[in-house]
Ligand binder design. Structure first.
Ligand SMILES: CC(C)(COP(=O)(O)OP(=O)(O)OC[C@H]1O[C@@H](n2cnc3c(N)ncnc32)[C@H](O)[C@@H]1OP(=O)(O)O)[C@@H](O)C(=O)NCCC(=O)NCCS
Length: 202
């Protein structure tokens, strides 16, 4: 991976999900997804997340995409209704590292969507983007997110926890890593889980 901008526009399909660019038409659905207690608790999103927050969010996403600094994609099953979001940011070209993040709207959880989207973006990052180490920062109390990380082949590093001031007081984030070439077997087994849940294979 060089210091060149990240590809835009981007559409990734596989594992039973389609990851696509956000559009201005997604505003109301974005607000419905993000104005939710677990998202307020575990992510840096403003709360309440209203239309103004949604507009600002989509504009920041657009800028981040146009300048090639981040990948920020809506998670869908057919390329239309957004059900969540997956991101790649903080690219360090010299170390071939980047950080990833994800969220799923409350009505769409526990269907394998986060794991499917994270696995797909992980493959893209290690393949076409030629990154070799991917990071997740997760509050150890966020059992749903740590389960997603584990399922996608990420493992907890020994790096010191990163202190955070959250809405529920002081907390910290653990660092998880996916190192390309290291045990991918578990993630490989996941590949068709989401597809099976949606009744088709990739
Ligand atoms: C974390 C989050 C993205 C998970 O999304 P999801 O689509 O429900 O996750 P998946 O269905 O892909 O589940 C993947 C694994 O996590 C497990 N899991 C999901 N939610 C869980 C929960 N609440 N408690 C325990 N395990 C959970 C699933 O059982 C599955 O495990 P398996 O591999 O043993 O089958 C979602 O709960 C969310 O958006 N939370 C709020 C935002 C957030 O925390 N983002 C991450 C910040 S680091």
């Amino acid at each position: 991976m060089t210091a060149s901008p990240l590809p835009h526009p981007l559409r990734l399909a596989g594992n039973g999900v389609v990851l696509r660019e956000w559009t201005p038409d997604d505003l109301e659905e974005l607000v419905a997804l993000l104005d939710e207690p677990d998202i307020a608790r575990w992510t840096p999103m403003p709360s309440p997340f209203d239309l103004a927050a949604g507009l600002a969010y989509l504009e920041r996403a657009r800028q981040g995409r146009l300048t090639g600094r981040r990948i920020q994609l809506a998670i869908t099953t057919e390329g239309r209704e957004p059900l969540g979001e997956v991101l790649l940011f903080g690219v360090n070209p010299a170390r071939r590292e980047a950080e990833l993040g994800y969220l799923i709207g409350a009505p769409y959880r526990r269907r394998g969507l986060a794991a499917a989207a994270l696995a797909l973006l992980t493959d893209y990052a290690c393949g076409p983007l030629r990154l070799s180490r991917l990071l997740l920062r997760i509050d150890p109390g966020n059992t749903a997110s740590t389960a997603v990380a584990r399922r996608c082949g990420y493992r907890l590093t020994g790096e010191p926890p990163i202190p955070q001031a959250g809405p529920h007081g002081a907390t910290s984030l653990d660092t998880w890593e996916y190192v390309d070439g290291l045990p991918g077997a578990r993630r490989d087994r996941l590949r068709n889980v989401a597809s099976r849940r949606y009744g088709r294979r990739t």
